[in-house]
Ligand binder design. Structure first.
Ligand code: TRP
Length: 350
């Protein structure tokens, strides 16, 4: 039986937090043997809003290092940087030429993001087409995304179906969005009624970022919003959302059953005690991840090697797909591909 192909795109922002880890990355690592996985750090997507060049470069490596530190194994999974594989940008152009403008103007994320900016870049509008290419050039069956990205995967399906219909082919696999069952839905520590989010993670007190120091983590947990009572139990009531979130984090990190979690706190002296103990398990869980991340970032030779191998594997799949697409669309094939083995410019070989 052939394994399902899974494509995950991750933006290289520095705010990767506990919710991302417990809700997504940790599971990707645990389940990587069951599927053929592509983990792509989508640096081209980051350029759709203004970026500081040095910071983007740093964050791109840091995000890749974080995936490895969290247990993504480059022997089992393909980890690469989007801009290292030119098929993504090249194929995006081809998809642009079959995607109606109206489809992009309707995207919720585009409407939200562009409303918040004075000058809206063309790339921001085109963002979902680049994303569609990421998925389609790998014949991905499944795309794990958060609820906010579901519309983009649906657009990807529409684009794929349109291409297949226009050229009367079954060239593109129609992918499925996979919305993670919220086994661990981590809420904001400053406001337990909203999901912990990257865009709020710069606000002190909201999130635990994976690279935060133990002191910072302790500080943030100590300030976590709870309620005026003193009952430490899992609860659905809105007023107990804070305590529920703390217990859920503790449960996700320790892997214990709910009963066992509540038993652990049966003798706790109030919420102060609860907060410190949750902070402690989080600090311990992040310690080896932070250590491995620091090691990979101290000398990036190993990391860059992993990314070079990942890009080579990714290219083997996506470039022939884009070449075939060019043929289907009526473009003349170059007799020798400019990035072929020899690496020699065409005219030198004639
Ligand atoms: N848009 C996604 C996000 O912000 C990132 C992304 C880019 C992606 N390309 C992708 C996700 C392909 C899944 C598949 O989270």
């Amino acid at each position: 039986m052939t394994k399902k192909r899974v494509f995950s795109g991750i933006q290289p922002t520095g705010n990767t937090h506990l919710g991302n880890y417990l809700g997504a990355i940790r599971r990707w690592a645990a389940e990587q043997a069951d599927k053929t996985n592509f983990f792509c750090v989508v640096d081209l997507h980051s350029l759709t809003v203004p970026q500081d060049p040095a910071q983007l470069r740093h964050e791109t490596r840091s995000m890749a290092a974080m995936l490895l530190a969290c247990g993504i194994d480059p022997q089992q999974s393909t980890v690469f940087v989007q801009s290292h594989v030119t098929a993504h940008a090249e194929g995006c152009w081809l998809l642009n030429c079959i995607t109606p403008l109206g489809w992009l103007q309707r995207m919720t994320q585009f409407k939200d993001k562009s409303a918040r900016q004075e000058s809206v870049l063309t790339g921001l509008l085109d963002y979902p087409v680049l994303m569609a290419g990421d998925i389609l050039f790998y014949d991905a069956d499944e795309v794990p995304v958060g609820e906010d990205q579901k519309q983009h995967v649906e657009l990807t399906r529409d684009i794929a179906q349109r291409f297949n219909a226009l050229y009367d082919t079954e060239f593109f696999v129609i992918p499925q969005p996979v919305i993670a069952k919220v086994a661990a839905r981590v809420m904001g520590l400053d406001d337990p009624t909203v999901k912990m989010s990257k865009s709020l993670a710069d606000k002190r007190g909201h999130a635990v970022r994976l690279l935060d120091s133990p002191d910072e983590i302790l500080y943030v947990f100590k300030r976590a919003v709870t309620d005026s009572g003193r009952e430490i139990r899992f609860a659905d009531e809105p007023e107990k959302a804070g305590v529920n979130n703390l217990l859920s984090i503790y449960q996700a990190v320790t892997g214990k059953e709910k009963d066992a979690v509540e038993a652990d706190f049966a003798t706790a002296r109030g919420y102060g005690d609860l907060k410190v103990r949750v902070a402690e398990v989080v600090i311990e869980a992040l310690r080896p991840i932070q250590a491995r991340h620091a090691e990979l970032m101290a000398d990036t030779g190993e990391l860059d090697q992993v990314l070079a191998e990942g890009a080579a594997r990714a290219r083997e799949i996506s470039q022939p797909k884009v070449d075939e697409m060019k043929h289907i669309m009526g473009l003349v094939a170059a007799s020798v591909h400019p990035t072929s083995e020899s690496g020699m410019p065409l005219q030198d070989r004639l």
